[in-house]
Design a protein around this ligand. Sequence first.
Ligand code: CO
Length: 156
Amino acid sequence: MAIRNIVKQGDDCLEKVCRPVTEFNARLHTLLDDMRETLAAADGAGLAAPQVGVLRRVAIIVDGEGGYLELINPEILEQQGSQEGAEGCLSVPGRYGMVERPQKITIQFQDRNGERRRLELEDFLARAACHETDHLEGKLYLRLVTRFLDPEEVEA
Ligand code: CO
């Protein structure tokens, strides 16, 4: 495994619509393993492949239980309710802002072996999955921020 470089706001990679994954091979598994290590080293909550310069529909999020949810070719099928909360992004260091997201989503995706899965995600996981799927469309959370936060507000 290796820690990959996280590209920052202004890099073209963050503005591209990513292509679907079609080959569930060793190369994909290496990418996923590297993304896990990169995310852990950066102490982040989620990471999308374009953030490490790979324009494919792959994202990972921390699952809150010490593991990772690997989302390949994710599609949000349904969304319910809304929640407002603070978001940041490893590609936009030092900035945080309030963003409205659905409270609950139904997401369909493939796992690293290509198996189709469907999950209902709520609260933080719904927020993180929306943030990461947006990356795969070349969209940063900044466009959704209703209010940027001062650093001391984020600490709380
Ligand atoms: Co992000």
